[in-house]
Ligand binder design. Sequence first.
Ligand SMILES: [Zn+2]
Length: 177
Amino acid sequence: MPKFRPIPIRFNEKIDKSGDCWLWIGACNKDGYGQLLVDRKPKSAHRIAWELENGTIPDGMSVCHKCDTRNCVRPDHLFIGTHGDNIRDCYRKKRHPCVKGEYNADRNPSAVLTWDQVREIRCNNTDSHSSLGRRYGVSHQTIRAVRLGMTWKEDSNKFPDHMLDDIQFMEHKMDIS
Ligand SMILES: [Zn+2]
């Protein structure tokens, strides 16, 4: 059996530190996050970066980016947060060249919302469906569908399951009438 080289060495070989963000130049997943094989399974490069600097990530916590660059692995651009933080973080993200495909729903002439509004709605986990509906001039059902990813699907990837869980959990706490 070939012995795997230590993770910090394999990790550091795949980083471009020439800019402010330290960009992962190895493989990325479909969401644009860097990946490294650890025990033959892909593991997120930014999670490895955080762990190499700070130790094990506490159960159930997410590693988020301050810099909005999904394949950045610079430890001081990362912070640990709950999945709720991660939702806000994810939807604030700029598109990264690692992520294939373009958003296309802005081209739908019957769309009432825009992608910018959809992302604002998805970043918001405090207001109720109905109060956001009033703000954007749509029904609370429309807001709910946006939040659950039933409409305005991010077309380069499937709506991540952990976000769906989080949004459903959030709904319990909000008035949805
Ligand atoms: Zn960065």
